[in-house]
Design a protein around this ligand. Structure first.
Ligand code: SF4
Length: 235
């Protein structure tokens, strides 16, 4: 299936899912204007987790919970040196995985999820990562955010990754109204973001959230490329 057809299918699915709910044309226009501006500002935004195979992104995205991508990128080096493929990692003792991934925090639960996930890939998918959202969601330790990231980054399919930056920024910008629950934010964004733009839009939100629309300080609205568009809700 081509990416264009995939985008169209998702758009139709999204339209069906949101049928009966009103979407303000002004909000759609705002979304498109923000997308265009962020494209200019961050033309090269991409995932900051490093990987060369799909299963490695699955591992990294699990490790990235409450940990920086930079630290994950270092830790996985040791992990893959010892367990270089799905079979090796699936057969690894959980305690050994935990010992290696400990610097990422939550070592025990992350190690258990990674072990169970690799076993499932080995036993049910011949060691391959499925390119199906629901199948991804059924893998241990994989939530909607991770499944969307894999769909978008690995398979080039429409995806909206509602991480902490995305949720903070789209609320401030006025693209959603005081919604914090990731699944609800995702549903609202599907209504106003063209499916083929979702994945890169979310990567750009991460870059913008780190550099300008920050969480730990007041956002730097005076030097923001969106200052004339953004609603600055709660700022
Ligand atoms: S104008 Fe301010 S609140 Fe809006 S996106 Fe820019 S930094 Fe964030």
């Amino acid at each position: 299936m081509t990416r264009t057809k995939e985008a169209r299918d998702t758009a139709e699915k999204t339209t069906a899912q949101t049928a009966g709910t009103r979407v303000s044309p002004a909000r759609k226009r705002l979304a498109l204007a923000i997308i265009a501006r962020l494209k200019e500002e961050y033309p090269d935004s991409d995932c900051t987790l490093e990987y060369d195979q799909a299963w490695k992104l699955l591992v990294s995205v699990r490790l990235a919970a409450q940990c920086t991508d930079a630290r994950v990128n270092v830790v996985v080096g040791s992990l893959y040196e010892k367990f270089p493929d799905v079979d090796a990692l699936a057969a690894a003792p959980v305690e050994e995985i935990e010992r290696i991934v400990h610097p990422c925090g939550l070592g025990n639960s992350k190690a258990r999820d990674i072990s169970a996930c690799m076993k499932m890939l080995r036993d049910e998918y011949g060691g391959k990562v499925p390119d199906d959202f629901d199948k991804l969601l059924a893998l241990p330790g994989v939530g909607r955010k991770s499944a969307n990231l894999i769909m978008g980054d690995v398979f080039g399919k429409p995806a909206i990754v509602t991480d902490t930056h995305c949720i903070r920024l789209v609320n401030r910008m006025g693209l959603v109204d005081g919604i914090r629950e990731p699944g609800k934010v995702e549903r609202e964004l599907w209504k106003i973001i063209p499916p083929e733009e979702g994945n890169s839009f979310c990567h750009r939100l991460v870059d913008h959230g780190r550099a300008v629309c920050t969480a730990r300080t007041r956002p730097f609205c005076d030097k923001c490329c969106l200052r004339d568009l953004c609603k600055k809700v709660g700022v």
